[in-house]
Design a protein around this ligand. Structure first.
Ligand code: 7TS
Length: 406
C-alpha cells in the first residue's frame, strides 16, 4: 500500500496553516478540480526558463535546439505514459476542453447532415457543448445515453443507441461527480463492432488509472496536465494516426503548415498539423516531469489508495443523517459528491473552509447530471495519492459539526 506521507514533502503547498492566526492546517480535497504540483515539476519549469527558453522547431541556434528537444522529449514521455504507438499521435493542447473542441470541430467536418453522435448524461459540459456546437453547425443529431439510479451506465442500452448513422460515441472514463468508472474497453468493443468511433474524456481517468490506449483501443483520448501534477494550460489529445491524418486542421497559423501560397496552403504532418502557433513549451516540459513522477509511484498504487480513501469516506458519510451520496457504492474513483438535506452546498463548503478543509461545491460543470439526480448542487471531496486517512477523518469530523451547527 502506498504511504501518502512519503510524498507530502514533495508538495510544499500542502504543508501550510491557514487563517489569521495560522491555526488551521490545510486539508486539500479538491483534486478533481486541480491537483498540486511536486517540487520536481516546479523546478523543471524554472530550470527551463533559466537554461533553455526559446521558440521551438524554428531557431537554428543552441537554445532553439534545446527547447525543441525538451518539448519533443515531453511528447515521447506522454506517449509512453499512455502506451500510444507513435509520438505523433500525441497532440499538445491547452487541456481536455481544447482537445475535445479540436475533435468536435475537425472530425465532424467528415460527417454528413443527419449523422449521429452519442453522449452520456454524466458528461462534463466540456464533453457536451462542443458537440452541441458541431451539431448546430452541421445539422448533426445528438443522442443521449442516460444514467441509471445507481450512477452507472447500462451497457445493455448501448446497442439500441448505436444505429447506422452513428459516427461517434463520446464519453467520460470517470465521472467528476458520481465517481463512476466506465468500462471503456468493453464499451469501445461494442461501438467498434458497429463501426462507431470512440472519444474518451480522460480528465479524471488518466490521472488516477493505468492507461493503455492500445489495449483500450479508443480512437481519441483527451486529458489535462493540471489534474495530474502537471502545470495548467497544457493538455493532450491522443488520436489514432489514420483518423488524425484524415481530419482537417483545427486552427490555422505557424507550424501547422508545410507550404503557404497566396491562394492556399498545404497542412503539415502530424502532430504539427494540429499545433498552430507557439506552443506551451514550459507546460509540456512540466507535464513530462509530472508523468515521470506519477510512474514512479505507480498508477495501480494511486488507484488502490483512492479506493481506500473513498471507501472510508462513504462509510463515514453513511453515518451522517440527511447526507445523500451520488454515484455507485463500489468500483468508483477517489471522489464523493453529496447533498446534505436542505443545506446549501456552498454553506457547507464555506464552513469546512473555516477549518482548513478545501472541498468543491456546486454543479461541477454537469448541469444535466445534477438535474437527473434532482439536486441543485453538491459538496465534493476528491482525493489524490498525497491525501491521508487522517485527512479523511478530519473532513468527516468537520462535516459532522457543520451539519449540527448550520
Ligand atoms: N472532463 C471532466 C470529466 C472533468 O472533470 C473536467 C474538469 C473537464 C473535462 C475539463 O477539464 P479542463 O482541464 O479542460 O478544464 N473538471 C473540473 C471539476 O470537476 N472541477 O473543476 C474542474
Amino acid at each position: 500500500m502506498l504511504d501518502p506521507h512519503k510524498f507530502r514533502q514533495d508538495f510544499p503547498i500542502l504543508d501550510q496553516r491557514l487563517g489569521p492566526s495560522r491555526d488551521r492546517k490545510l486539508v486539500y480535497l479538491d483534486n478533481a478540480a486541480t491537483t498540486q504540483k511536486p517540487l520536481s515539476v516546479i523546478e523543471a519549469i524554472t530550470h527551463y526558463y533559466r537554461e533553455s527558453n526559446s521558440n521551438v522547431h524554428r531557431g537554428i541556434h543552441t537554445l532553439g535546439e534545446r527547447a525543441t528537444a525538451l518539448y519533443e522529449d515531453a511528447r515521447n514521455k506522454v506517449r509512453s505514459f499512455i502506451m500510444a504507438r507513435h509520438s505523433h499521435e500525441i497532440i499538445f493542447t491547452r487541456g481536455t476542453t481544447e482537445s475535445i473542441n479540436l475533435v468536435a470541430s475537425s472530425l465532424t467536418r467528415l460527417f454528413q447532415p443527419g449523422d449521429e453522435i452519442v453522449l452520456t448524461e454524466m458528461e462534463h459540459h466540456s464533453n457536451m457543448v462542443p458537440w452541441f456546437l458541431a451539431a448546430e453547425r452541421q445539422n448533426l443529431v445528438i443522442r443521449i445515453w442516460h444514467v441509471e439510479d445507481d450512477g452507472q451506465l447500462d451497457i445493455g442500452k448501448l446497442n439500441d443507441l448505436l444505429g447506422p448513422k452513428t459516427r461517434l460515441l463520446a464519453l467520460t472514463w470517470m465521472s467528476n461527480v458520481l465517481g463512476t468508472i466506465n468500462p471503456i474497453k468493453k464499451i469501445t468493443q461494442i461501438a467498434h463492432d458497429k463501426g462507431v468511433n470512440v472519444l474518451v474524456d480522460g480528465a479524471q481517468g488518466v490521472p488516477h488509472l493505468p492507461t493503455d490506449v492500445q489495449d483500450l483501443d479508443v480512437d481519441f483520448l483527451a486529458f489535462s496536465g493540471h489534474k495530474m501534477c502537471g502545470p495548467m494550460g497544457i493538455g493532450v489529445l491522443y488520436g489514432k494516426e489514420d483518423l488524425l491524418d484524415r481530419m482537417p486542421p483545427y486552427q490555422g497559423g505557424g507550424e501547422m503548415i508545410r507550404t503557404v501560397r497566396l491562394d492556399g496552403f498545404e497542412p503539415n504532418v502530424l502532430p504539427y498539423k494540429f499545433e498552430a502557433g507557439t506552443p506551451n513549451v514550459e507546460g509540456a516540459v512540466g507535464l513530462g516531469v509530472a508523468v515521470d513522477y506519477l510512474r514512479s509511484i505507480g498508477l495501480e498504487n494511486i488507484h488502490a489508495h483512492d479506493e481506500l480513501l473513498v471507501q472510508k469516506t462513504l462509510e463515514g458519510l453513511k453515518a451522517l443523517p440527511s447526507v445523500r451520496v451520488l454515484g455507485p457504492k463500489s468500483g468508483r474513483g477517489g471522489l464523493a459528491a453529496f447533498s446534505a438535506g436542505s443545506l446549501h452546498a456552498h454553506d457547507v463548503a464555506a464552513y469546512l473552509d473555516r477549518f482548513g478543509v478545501a472541498v468543491r461545491a456546486g454543479h461541477h460543470c454537469a448541469h444535466p447530471l445534477a438535474k437527473r439526480f434532482g439536486v441543485v448542487s453538491t459538496v465534493r471531496a476528491s482525493y489524490y495519492f498525497y491525501n491521508t486517512l487522517e485527512e479523511v477523518d478530519q473532513f468527516l469530523e468537520t462535516l459532522g459539526r457543520a451539519l449540527d451547527d448550520l
